[in-house]
Design a protein around this ligand. Structure first.
Ligand code: ADA
Length: 561
């Protein structure tokens, strides 16, 4: 299962994941051994590979008819090289964004597909570094094999627009032409029986053409956390009047706007009650199967939360499909955590961030659950060099998606230089954990600085991390740090102070579940885990679970208008 719905009726699509592949490490004593493993998976889930950091080869045969083929990889952790019959046909950096490769007219018959995945740390990798989460190895998300004619739909982006006339959909279609001559095409998009026909339009040889149009959908149902109604969008590509390709997407008719210091969802002032969640599990690494993802979403809703922050990277599309269907709001962010100015000066940093943002927004644009794009969690936003990097990434997001607000989770207490560009000001704070001060006092001092001395004055103000550590099962009436009692007490104080502050538009708890961290972090992370989950890595509830549930359930999804 790669998506929760079928994305093609015309295009022939074969799922190469949910099947066994050959696996062989490239280094070490086991490199002579071939074994069969299920893809998607992380090699840390295979016996003897729980801490393997290196390269490995995944391989399998594929059958080709002689038509063009398109291979889509939803995520390979963390650097990939792709080979067909021993010839490299592509490569990709970053575990958390999808990429695709086209091979024109492979000979009919059986071909050998090989993927070399590499999860080593090096100067070549500016974003996957030893960190307070684990960089796994493997083909960690779905793989698709598709057959294409000479023309195909690369993507279809749908923007819901609400006006006095009701709902309409702004539709942008990207048509690619694989042939050696220009071709005239027409496109038809359908939503709830309403049809938008555009063309004929010429698509240059070996190039692409963007085709846009507005489709009134007056009877569109509204998407909201309370009523997450989704609409299929079926787009068909025609050449000489014949259908040659199609793409089925989904949209949710909702608006996200800013009004003063409020985030509005469908015109109502939204209160965020959320969790930061890593894609991490002791049995599956970052390759959580659908049922494990669903379990987490059900638990987060059981806790009275309405949002998840994809800390600190774009998530699997399957996760986003489920959030769309369950009405869970998503803060999705590009891949970065806690990079210093020096680390941001890695020569690969800017391109690797730019690629991640482009791939994230191109692939995830249509998900109504995503209400905001985040960048550069706790990076060097207090330096002039850092400010230039933030500005470039905010500019890139504005071009790719002018309709969603932008933000960045900062830890630069009263020194942040990057609050002028984003629409929302967000901070990670740890009073009563890293900072031994009462939450209400610490929060008020930060808020006053933002309003009176920063460029973030008057903007929506969001707490994107707050929490405390607790080792599951460590119980003590003395309530010392790392005990479950301490975490429950700290979160009671933190959440009460933040959610009772009317100027604050919400909170994300750090974090949903305990997660594995890089071995280099052992000194400050008991069990070499980040233990700030309100459930442990096996999703066993800590004492704080009921505290969070009680407080979250005592606040609605919206402020009084
Ligand atoms: C930071 C960071 C998180 C996590 C947290 C912690 O806020 O954004 O990824 O490391 O600190 O547990 O200290």
């Amino acid at each position: 299962m790669i998506r929760t719905f079928r994305t093609h009726e015309i295009r022939k699509q074969t799922e190469l994941s949910s099947s066994l592949w050959n696996f062989r490490p490239c280094e070490g004593p086991l490199s002579s051994q071939n074994r069969q493993v299920l893809v998607p998976s992380c090699w840390e889930s295979y016996p003897e590979f729980s801490d393997y950091r290196g390269k490995a080869v995944y391989s399998r045969n594929i059958e080709c008819s002689g038509k063009n083929i398109r291979l889509e990889f939803k995520g390979i952790s963390h650097t990939a090289r792709i080979f067909l019959d021993g010839e490299q046909i592509g490569s990709h950096y970053n575990a958390y964004t999808p990429f695709s490769l086209i091979r024109k007219h492979p000979a009919p018959g059986t071909h050998l597909l090989e993927v070399i995945a590499d999860n080593r740390f090096s100067e070549d990798s500016s974003l996957h570094i030893p960190n307070d989460y684990y960089s796994y190895g493997g083909i960690s998300r779905g793989v698709l094999l598709e057959e294409l004619d000479e023309l195909y739909l690369a993507y279809v982006h749908i923007t819901p627009v609400h006006s006095a006339d009701g709902w309409s959909a702004q539709i942008e279609v990207c048509v690619e032409n694989l042939s050696d001559s220009p071709v005239s095409v027409t496109v038809c998009s359908e939503i709830l029986g309403h049809m938008l026909r555009t063309g004929p339009v010429s698509v240059p040889a070996g190039g692409n053409t963007l085709i846009s149009g507005a489709l009134p959908v007056p009877d569109a149902p509204c998407w909201s956390p309370e009523s997450p109604q989704l609409c299929p969008v079926h787009t068909t590509l025609y050449q000489d009047g014949q259908p040659v390709d199609d793409l089925i997407e989904r949209t949710g008719f909702r608006t996200v706007t800013i009004d003063g210091n409020r985030l509005l969802l469908n015109g109502r002032p939204l209160r965020i009650k959320g969790f930061c969640r890593h894609e991490d599990h002791p049995q599956f690494g970052c390759a959580l199967p659908p049922a494990a993802i669903q379990y987490d979403l059900d638990t987060i809703r059981h806790l009275g939360a309405n949002s998840i922050r994809t800390s600190h990277y774009p998530n699997d599309e399957l996760f986003l499909d489920l959030c769309d269907e369950l009405g869970i709001l998503v803060w999705e962010e590009n891949h970065a955590r806690g990079l210093s100015q020096e680390q941001m000066k890695n020569p690969n940093f800017e391109k690797q961030c730019e690629d991640c943002i482009r791939e994230m927004i191109t692939a995830h644009y249509n998900h109504p659950s995503i209400y905001i794009w985040g960048i550069l969690n706790e990076c060097a936003s207090d330096t002039e060099y850092g400010r230039r990097c933030y500005q470039k990434q905010y500019d890139q997001i504005r071009i790719l998606d002018p309709n969603r607000p932008r933000s960045s989770a900062s830890c630069r207490f009263k020194t942040d230089l990057c609050l002028g560009e984003p629409e929302v000001v967000s901070y990670n704070i740890y009073p009563e954990w890293y900072v031994n001060r009462p939450t209400a006092e610490y929060l008020e001092e930060l808020y006053r600085w933002v309003q009176e001395e920063s460029e973030g004055t008057g903007k929506p103000f969001l707490i994107t991390e707050v929490g405390a550590g607790a080792v599951y099962g460590y119980r003590t009436p003395t309530q010392v740090k790392w005990s479950e009692e301490y975490q429950a007490k700290a979160l009671e104080h933190q959440l009460s102070a933040i959610l009772s502050k009317e100027e604050c538009c919400g909170v994300y708890i750090w974090q949903y579940a305990d997660v594995r961290v890089s071995e280099e972090w052992f000194a400050s992370r008991p069990r070499t885990m980040n233990n700030k989950g309100i459930v442990d890595e096996y999703r066993r509830r800590k004492l704080s679970y009921e505290v969070v549930k009680r407080i979250f359930e005592s606040y609605g999804n919206y402020f009084a208008s």
